[in-house]
Structure formats: C-alpha cells, structure tokens
Design a protein around this ligand. Structure first.
Ligand code: MG
Length: 347
C-alpha cells in the first residue's frame, strides 16, 4: 500500500503564560504528521516535544523522515505492533516524534474501519472521566483569578502547580476560591525529601487528592522516603517516563502518571497502564501543552484510567485542531461523532 506523509511545524500561543517550578512558557511548538492512504483516508498525529526529556521541534523534524520511512516500509497501517517496534529499533530516543507517528497510524487504522479509536480497542466509552485543568504558577492573585475563570468554565478538578516559597499561601487561596473542586498539586521535582514531607503535612488540611512529583526524579530513594511518610498519596511523573520505570516506581508512589510524549506511542502507553495495574498502582494520563491533534488520542485511554490530566489543548489560546468534546472538562467519548481519534485540523 502506498502511503503519503506530510509534516508541519506550528507555533501555538498559550492562553496564559504557563508557569511551573522549572520556568514559564508562553507558547508551544508542535509538529503535526499526516499519513494518507491510497483511498485518501488521512491519519493525523502530533508531537509536542519537551526539552526536559531532550526533545525539540528540530529533533522531531530530524528523525521523522526515518520514522515515516518505517511506516511506508511496513506498508500496512493496521500493523501497529510492528510499526511501533520498528520505530523504537530505528530511533531509540525521541519519544514525542515516535508518538506523533503512532497516533497518526492509529487514527488512520481506525478511520479505515470507520470506528472511533476506543471502539477499535474494545473499550467502553461510558467509562470516562473528567480532565483536570491546570492552574500554572503566577502571583497568588492571578492564580486566584485563573481559578475563578476555571470554575466559570465548569471544571470540577483542578491541578495547581507548586514549587515556590509561597506554596501554602497558593493552596490556601485556591482552596478558598474553589471549596468544592477535586484538587491536587504538582511540585515538578522542586522539593527536597524532608521539605516535601513537612509541606505535605501542612497541605493535607486543604483536602487534596494527591501530590505529583514532589522530589527530583534523579533521587528515587527520596521519592520512596516521601512516599513512606506522606500524609497524601504520591503520583510519579518525571520519575515515570517509559515502561521500564513502572517496576522501579512501584514501591515508591501510589499513582503512575504516564504521558504519550514521554513513552513513545499508544501501544506503549497501554502496556504501561497494564504494568502499573499489575504493580498495584493507580494510573493517570497526563500531557504536555499539546494540540488536540495529539490530545484526542490520549482521550481514548480514558476508560483505562483513574485520573486524566488532558488539558493540553484547553491551555492554548486557540487550537487549530478539534478533538474529543470535553463539556465542563468531561471527556465525552460517547459524544464523539467521528472515527479515529476524532482530531480534525480546522486551520
Ligand atoms: Mg507533572
């Protein structure tokens, strides 16, 4: 089968400057991939590369020709296992680039059968959940205003970025602005293990669901130290990158936070979910600041998750792609009326 491929880099401004403990960004660059079969059916995917994991738009563009050559060589977009395996053999790192292609071939394969991706996977679309919406770091007053706007938009689960010398004040302010939401926090590796235990003791009074990545990923014993003493459940994000990390974090946290852009593909993500379950972990799927060209694919994992943090598109000023509907933050797979991932480029 002949497959046509196209690649395009896009710069997407964020609605608000997005602050985390490591820095603030105002736009995100994504690289979209389209794979078209001989009948004109097109699969769409996108990479949202993260410098934290060693990728940039330029590295994605550099390896995509080799990855797309794998797809063309395999020739059958339904050979998803073989395509992902051969991509991994061809380009060992560059998970966001591999994920973009993985999403595009999954989208194409499901579209060729005229079914949504969840149905291709045999999942129940009613078993969905609500995405959290992230309040990035800013001055406390701005964070309070963002919280009020999020409530007006109907979000019932908020994630708050921490890792400052005013973490307690931030959480107190947001909890008083949003007394009824499910709330969790993400320190993005900013705390030392001892500080983390102390902070979490004080944060626990604000009725938080859990704390994400309190300590640096380079300190696995620190994560274990915190987890054994923490007043709240601990989620691993930066410590949970690929499938091989799941057994390593299994006795060091409660929740595995996987992301497509870290793990390198949709089949790999499903393996991580299974492995995490086998190790007794709960599972969250997170994201980078991403377009619906990739977020839509992650939404189809919702029936397999305990937590969804799939607000990447919601954080953009405008997304060139439509995806799975999210009324009030609820990932509405039942309401999706298109085959594949549901991602459609509008501009
Ligand atoms: Mg995180």
């Amino acid at each position: 089968m002949t497959l046509e491929t196209t690649v395009e880099r896009r710069s997407l401004p964020l609605e608000y400057p997005f602050g985390i403990s490591r820095g603030t960004t105002t736009e995100t660059e994504v690289v979209t991939v389209r794979i078209e079969d001989a009948d004109g059916t097109t699969g769409l995917g996108a990479a949202s590369p993260s410098p934290h994991y060693g990728e940039t738009p330029a590295t994605v563009e550099a390896v995509l020709p080799d990855l797309l050559a794998v797809v063309e060589d395999v020739g059958d977009p339904h050979q998803l296992e073989r395509i992902e395996r051969r991509m991994r053999e061809t380009v060992r790192r560059n998970p966001a680039a591999r994920t973009a292609v993985s999403i595009a071939v999954h989208d194409l394969a499901a579209k060729r059968l005229d079914v949504p991706l969840y149905r291709y996977w045999g999942l129940d679309p009613a078993e969905t959940l609500e995405t959290s919406y992230t309040i990035g770091l800013d001055d406390v007053e701005t964070m309070r205003e963002k919280t009020e706007t999020a409530l007006e938009r109907g979000f019932g689960t908020l994630k708050v970025k921490l890792g400052t010398d005013r973490d307690l004040e931030i959480v107190r302010t947001i909890r008083s602005a949003a007394p009824d939401v499910d709330l969790f926090v993400d320190a993005n590796e900013a705390w030392s293990p001892r500080d983390a235990v102390d902070k979490i003791d004080r944060l626990a009074e604000f009725d938080l669901e859990f704390v994400e990545q309190p300590v640096p990923a380079e300190n696995p014993e620190g994560l274990k130290f915190v987890s054994e003493r923490s007043a709240l459940p601990i989620a691993a994000d930066e410590s949970c990158v690929t499938l091989a990390d799941i057994p390593r974090i299994a006795d060091r946290c409660d929740i595995a936070n996987l992301k497509l852009m870290k793990c390198g593909g949709l089949r790999e993500a499903r393996r991580m979910i299974s492995a995490a379950r086998a190790h007794g972990l709960e599972v969250m799927c997170g994201c980078m600041t991403e377009s619906n060209a990739s977020i839509a694919a992650a939404c189809h994992l919702a029936p397999l998750l305990d937590y969804a943090d799939l607000d990447g598109s919601l954080l953009l000023a405008a997304d060139p792609a439509d995806g799975v509907p999210m009324p009030n933050g609820r990932i509405d797979l039942v309401g999706l009326d298109r085959p594949g991932t549901g991602a459609v480029l509008q501009s």
